[in-house]
Design a binder for this molecule. Sequence first.
Ligand SMILES: [Zn+2]
Length: 341
Amino acid sequence: MIQDQIAEMERRALAELQATSDLVALDEWRIKYLGKKGELTGFLRGMGGLSPVERPLVGQAVNTAKNILETAVAERTERLKSAALEVTLTRDKVDVTLPGRPVQVGHVHVITKVFREIIEAFTAMGFQVAEGPEVELDYYNFQQLNIPPGHPARSMHDTFYFSESVLLRTHTSPNQIRVMEKQKPPVRIIVPGKCYRSEATDATHEFMFMQFEGLAVDRDITLADLRGTLAAFARRMFGEERKVRFRCDYFPYVEPGVDLSIDCLICQGVGCRACKYSGWLEILGAGMVHPQVLRNVDIDPQKYSGFAFGMGPERIAMLKYSIDDIRQFYRNDLRFLRQFA
Ligand SMILES: [Zn+2]
């Protein structure tokens, strides 16, 4: 009888179901017995050849078997799923008592740090920050700063040229001109930025370096203002007890020109290798803006005067932290950089 065959298939199916061990095997089982071409459907397909009396009986038997198998497979699926979850939970168990992995926290680069300190020192005295292009015109980098073609000062600037008139700026001073072209006195700015010189690198020279340009133009600005401003800066950066010294120096765009030194941080002025036994460390160059530079931007040197200064934050950082090689700053050696966290 067909009912017997159905009952036999049901037993076989249930036995196989109990033997399934994972969800893949379950799927195979489902296709074999309950699928469109599965064994159960096979019985329905054969019903055409049955007598009208047998037909409903067989149909009922198929339905009953179908219900039993579907219920069984649903239960089995649940059980296998929770077993799989159990395995995952045990395998991936997290020991919450373990100490955490340390998270590496970054910090600003030592040059950025000194950079910000310098900006703070001058903005506190009323200077504003201005910026300018790194790719500069010869006109701004040299000519307007009183360094015409053929001027000997050009040989001190080993310049990267793009063409006869376009170059990588060798200092931040061209921004004096750029600012004064647009802004009439009073002017109080500092210009931080990268500069480039085509130099062989050594312990004190890099082909790329940072520079700070400062400029103050107004009525009655004198060398005493320059001296007071820069001495205040030097003491803020290197300590209130620092002595400062100004000496004559030469830059084509200032008259007179000076350089500023502080008494040696290492030997306190007695004399050591760092200060070349002079007791003094030079930190920047400065001077009173040359009258010709003022005239170049239509500012009357009879009415106005100003001072300008330029310094390298690398040099300031080297002195402040006793670093003996400028190339350390841009080598990206973490052992070096982490000291300034
Ligand atoms: Zn010294």
